[in-house]
Design a protein around this ligand. Structure first.
Ligand code: GLA
Length: 377
């Protein structure tokens, strides 16, 4: 009898302990991402036009609760902000910056010089021929001075240069490169620095864990540093998949870039769960119904096995970021919820992807609590 009582009391104690520790966990898990990472790095998100215009209040509530840094997904790109020469449209960008200030966020400007989403007029004259080197430099200068100057002291960091180096480490043969030569990079950083001497200036690119790209970027940065050009951080775009890139190569890049005396930022983070199309199939991709289905396998939700792989992969990356928190100053998700993600339409249109931390109803996925737990360890 006595023994039974003892067992009963032991069970009671264990159950009570379990209840409280569980409850403690809920308390921790109810913390927001930005609270959890407050000691380590900024945790940011990209905002799209609907969100900036205030047409998606449910998502904006998540932004306010969980993130302390923002970047505009599109509205500050040159094709959006200066559609034709000298006609700047700052409407959305102004609202974006205002939202960031009202919510005490670290505001990132994205992006000043990029070969893509740039207006055609930038590189051509009235006849459609390439402009001269001097004209293009003048246009770059005017664009950067006007945009950076407008938000001086308010936008704290700029992606000055986006995607200028190819995966093999050579320069991308963009119009900027063809017309100006490799000095266009140095000039862009110089112009940005002139326009706002206090702003942080970044180089941002994808595939930054590829050895070839890594050495190309290192060479480019050293070149800037030798000429005393201000550059503060490297943005490693985090468009990752379930298998690529390898954590080891990603870590090597964090160490190599920070070894140059720069901060590292993980920008544009999202984790696609969808298969990459086989481009050699050519036109088949758009016409072959069976293949379309194969490329878009999770329209009704993710199977458990994929969910597990998704969580583990996100956690592995966040553990890596935490390990290198001394050199990582920001981690930015490329969107808030799965519905917003460009990955639903790239590289194949109209798929259902699940790459972000919040689901289509703006609910945090289970991985969010696990990430928060890692941050609070
Ligand atoms: C690149 C750019 C981003 C965005 C993505 C696709 O990574 O830096 O601004 O356009 O492509 O959404």
């Amino acid at each position: 009898m006595k023994k039974r009582n003892l067992i009963f009391i032991a069970i009671l104690i264990l159950a009570t302990y379990g209840f409280y520790s569980c409850n403690n966990e809920t308390t921790d898990n109810s913390k927001s991402l930005k609270e959890a990472f407050s000691e380590q790095f900024y945790i940011g998100t990209a905002l799209n036009a609907r969100q900036i215009m205030g047409h998606d209040s449910a998502t904006m509530a998540v932004v306010k609760k969980h993130f302390n840094s923002i970047v505009a997904e599109n509205c500050m790109k040159s094709g959006m902000i200066q559609r034709s020469e000298g006609e700047f449209n700052f409407e959305l960008a102004d609202q974006f910056v205002k939202f960031g200030e009202e919510n005490d966020m670290f505001i990132i400007g994205h992006t000043l010089i990029w070969h893509s989403q740039a207006p055609r007029w930038f590189f051509t004259d009235e006849e459609g021929n390439d402009v001269s080197r001097d004209v293009l430099i003048e246009r770059m200068k005017n664009h950067i001075h006007t945009v950076v100057g407008r938000y001086k002291g308010r936008v704290k960091g700029w992606d000055v240069m986006n995607e200028a180096i190819l995966d093999d480490g050579s320069f991308r043969k963009s119009k900027y490169y063809e017309i100006i030569g490799e000095d266009f990079i140095k000039l862009a950083f110089q112009f940005a620095h002139e326009a706002d001497p206090e702003a942080e200036l970044y180089y941002n690119d994808y595939s930054m864990a590829e050895p070839g790209k890594r050495s190309g970027v290192v060479k480019m940065v050293k070149n800037l540093q030798e000429q005393a050009i201000k550059i503060d951080a490297i943005g490693m775009q985090g468009h990752i998949g379930l298998d690529n890139p390898s954590i080891q190569e990603f870590e090597k890049s964090i160490e190599t870039y920070s070894g140059l005396g720069l901060k590292v930022m993980v920008t544009e983070l999202e984790l696609t769960v969808l298969p990459m199309p086989d481009w050699s199939a050519g036109a088949e991709i758009s016409t072959d119904y069976e293949y379309q289905k194969e490329l878009n396998p999770y329209t009704e939700g993710l199977p458990d096995s994929v969910n597990v792989a998704f969580e583990n992969r996100y956690l592995d990356f966040f553990k890596l970021f935490l390990k290198h928190q001394d050199v990582i100053s920001r981690v930015t998700l490329w969107g808030v919820n799965d519905n917003n993600s460009w990955k639903n339409n790239w590289p194949v249109r109209g798929r259902t992807d699940y790459p972000l931390l919040f689901d289509r109803n703006n609910e945090p996925k289970p991985v969010v609590a696990k990430i928060i737990k890692e941050a609070l360890k």
